[in-house]
Design a protein around this ligand. Structure first.
Ligand code: GLC
Length: 481
């Protein structure tokens, strides 16, 4: 099967969050399946352009029609990828060069990604790469299914399109004038993209894609409710026949405690007790906490954003530190209120709390490995990847039972039996506190039970093989229509 994957970010070239990780691992997993040909289309951001590790050759150039404008596009093929995925970067200096260096956040993001979506289809046509299936992701590439149906059907008469929602909070809203000024779509698509007299490109994709997926089964169900769907519950409900949840995997080669170069010691599910103890001691030292092997180390690697459940942690943090002989380590950047809260907390409890307000992949790996307990009380979480990273490294998750957290962390009982971590059902600080206490008590009073839980997490298959096979089933489904 010939597959084109289109996205605004993909690790290792450009990543701002989980989407970038998925766009690293999913195309590779699809390419491992016999008979598949996979191409990945990404913007040629300046930091990719200037990175000598990513040599390219120009294989096509053309102009992209954007309303009344015509904008240049160069197609740059990455020449050193070896896993069977063909990577194409779409080059336009005005949209993706210079700027702030950040992937998103420019005033004209709507225009930048409308351009990119249309350029992906032009690039496929120019390369004569006519895919059976296009898989596109989030609001940035949400115009692809609409362009495919409305403008490009002659060039791609048999191509089917799957649209994947990684996070429904960001939908790609624009003024109504964006439709005429920028998109150049036939007028009958105005209603398809219209929501409350504005343009909403994610809504358009839900209407025009052949199938819609999201990144966990529970999130697919949650999206039927206003609480989770940010205004799109009605649209999703009327298209519910095309919506499926496929829970993400993680890249088990990158995230492997036996080989991860960022770790000072290596281990597997047989040797983790000694291995993790060494990493924990080195980590405590590195972040300025007292090196205490038997004090439970609770950790979090996260964007400091409200929906990650930080308000719950802020609410209980002081009580927790007074009551428990435990340590807390946080790594991440984000909203100023949380950055200052955790810095203050670390000042107040220097023996117990360390806050690293920065972005550091190596330290993140040491935290996944050196921690005992991983906190993820997210208010909503389409899938979440770091809880899986944590389990792969033998760290026990305490999570809010929502979205992908619910699907990947079945609850254990107070003896640590029967699941992979500790969960709480309703989003409030007392329930979070209670589940965390159960986990701490297991650690403090029944270390064997705690270790059995760690071992089960390490031995669970979080690889992309299972989800990739599910994507293939749906692709095949679309092609049979
Ligand atoms: C988004 C979601 C996250 C998910 C990731 C990859 O970042 O917020 O839950 O794991 O996409 O699909």
């Amino acid at each position: 099967m010939r597959i084109a994957v289109c996205a605004s970010e993909g690790a290792p070239y450009a990543k701002s969050g989980g989407l970038g990780d998925v766009m690293e691992a999913l195309p590779a997993a699809l390419a491992r399946i016999e008979g598949n040909e996979v191409a990945l289309f990404l913007p040629y951001y300046s930091k990719i352009k200037s990175n000598a590790a990513y040599p390219t050759e120009r294989v096509a150039e053309f102009r992209v029609q954007l309303g009344w404008r015509q904008q240049y596009c160069g197609v740059m093929r990455l020449t050193n990828r070896t896993d069977g995925v063909q990577v194409y970067f779409l080059d336009n200096e005005y949209y993706f060069g210079g700027r702030s260096g950040a992937i998103y956040g420019d005033m004209d993001d709507g225009e930048r990604f409308a351009y990119f979506s249309r350029a992906c289809l032009d690039a496929m046509a120019a390369l004569q790469y006519i895919p059976d299936v296009i898989q596109c992701n989030d609001w940035q590439t949400a115009l692809i299914p609409t362009y495919l149906k409305a403008v490009y059907y002659g060039q791609f008469p048999k191509t089917r399109c799957m649209y994947t929602i990684h996070n429904i909070e960001y939908q790609g809203w624009a003024n109504a004038s964006f439709f005429d000024d920028m998109l150049g779509l036939p007028w009958e698509y105005r209603g398809t993209l219209d929501m409350n007299n504005s343009v909403n490109v994610m809504k358009g994709a839900i209407e025009t894609a052949d199938l819609v997926t999201t990144v966990s089964e529970t999130y697919a169900r949650e999206l039927m409710y206003p609480y989770y769907a940010h205004g799109l519950d009605g649209i999703l409900a009327s298209n519910s026949w095309k919506l499926t949840g496929i829970t993400n995997g993680i890249d088990v080669n990158t995230f492997n405690p036996e080989t991860d170069k960022a770790l000072p010691a290596h281990y597997n599910s047989e040797t983790f007790v000694e291995g993790k103890a060494k990493v924990k001691a080195a980590l405590q030292e590195e972040v300025g906490l007292p090196v205490k092997p038997d004090v439970p180390l609770m950790v979090m690697v996260t964007r400091l954003a409200g929906h990650k459940g930080l308000d719950l942690l802020c609410y209980i943090a002081r009580r927790l530190m007074w009551e428990e002989d435990a340590q807390l380590l946080i790594l991440g950047t984000g909203e100023a209120q949380y950055e200052s809260f955790f810095k203050d907390l670390a000042n107040q409890f220097p023996e117990q709390v360390s806050a690293k307000i920065t972005f550091n992949l190596g330290l993140a790996a040491r935290i996944y490995a050196g921690g005992d307990i991983y906190l993820m009380p997210s208010k909503s979480e389409p899938c979440g990847l770091s809880q899986m990273n944590a389990m792969r490294y033998g760290t026990v998750p305490v999570v809010h039972a929502t979205g992908g957290l619910k699907d990947t962390v079945p609850p254990a009982d107070e003896n640590g039996e029967g699941g992979l971590g500790f969960t709480f059902q309703s989003y409030n600080a007392d329930d979070f506190y209670a589940s965390l206490k159960r986990c701490l008590s297991l650690y403090n009073n029944n270390r064997e039970g705690f270790r059995a839980l760690q071992k089960r997490g390490m031995e669970t298959d979080f690889s992309w093989d299972v989800p990739a096979a599910r994507y293939m089933e749906l692709f095949q489904n679309m092609l049979s229509w």
